[in-house]
Design a binder for this molecule. Structure first.
Ligand code: IPE
Ligand code: IPE
Ligand code: MG
Length: 235
């Protein structure tokens, strides 16, 4: 079986999961952390090299402040509690997004997790937090423009590959497979540049119900895809 090198997951449906049980949305987010733990472990077992999880979008800052602060606290709790597990499973933690917007304690805990797992050589777990694809591209354009001011040759030398190095995901290969739980058929500003040729898999399963078997089903589906990258197959 062909395993994708990089899987991206839009972990959606926590709120609906809670609503169906008559619980507050925040209970859904808490339940979602169990799915995250299981999927991180499963990706390690399946020899996936990179897993990018969409934890909190740039647009999610517009949610009610109680939900936002609960999510920020949950991130602190999870990073702290899971650190030992990440190290045991040889997982290297990283994050993409606008970290300057995070509350100091969340940023601190995250940076601590990144620092304390940096020598691990197994799965690369990338948390997309305060992440928006469009703002990532705009930031890259700004950084590039400032380089052109320093050296006008940079303009002449710009190409798709060199532009990629201005993105948060420099040194990370493009995702082969993007999974979205919760059934909505949209990308919601996730990895816009990087997903140009990703295979998209959408499942009705809500994130807290997504488990290793669901992941295997997504990978099996990916295996049936004919990735042409705009070319034609030799007959
Ligand atoms: C995804 O679940 C988690 C975040 C966006 C933080 P939602 O909270 O969006 O759940 P639904 O889509 O409302 O069910
Ligand atoms: C996408 O889910 C963001 C995350 C899963 C973190 P949303 O619930 O924010 O997306 P929309 O609003 O349905 O597009
Ligand atoms: Mg949602």
């Amino acid at each position: 079986m062909r395993t994708p090198k990089h899987i991206g997951i839009i972990m959606d449906g926590n709120g609906r999961w809670a609503k169906r049980r008559g619980l507050p949305r925040t209970a859904g987010h808490r339940a979602g952390t169990n799915a995250t733990r299981e999927i991180v472990r499963a990706c390690g077992e399946l020899n996936i090299s990179y897993l990018t999880t969409y934890v909190f979008s740039a647009e999610n800052w517009g949610r009610p402040s109680l939900e936002v602060s609960m999510l920020m606290d949950l991130l602190v709790e999870m990073t702290r509690r899971e650190l030992e597990n990440l190290n045991k499973n040889n997982v290297r933690l990283n994050a993409i997004g606008d970290m300057s917007k995070l509350p100091p304690k969340t940023r601190k805990e995250l940076l601590n997790g990144i620092e304390n797992t940096k020598n691990n050589t197994g799965l690369n777990l990338i948390l997309a937090i305060s992440y928006g694809g469009r703002s990532e591209i705009v930031n890259a354009a700004k950084k590039f423009a400032s380089d052109v001011l320093k050296d006008p040759n940079a303009l002449e030398n710009l190409n798709e590959k060199s532009f990629s190095s201005y993105l948060y995901t420099k040194n990370i290969p493009d995702p082969d497979l993007i999974i979205r739980t919760g059934g909505d058929c949209r990308i919601s500003n996730f990895l816009l540049w990087q997903s140009a040729y990703s295979e998209i898999y959408i499942t009705e399963t809500l994130w807290p119900d997504f488990d290793k078997n669901c992941l295997k089903e997504a990978i099996e589906d990916y295996n049936k895809r004919d990735r042409r990258f705009g070319k034609v197959k030799d007959d």
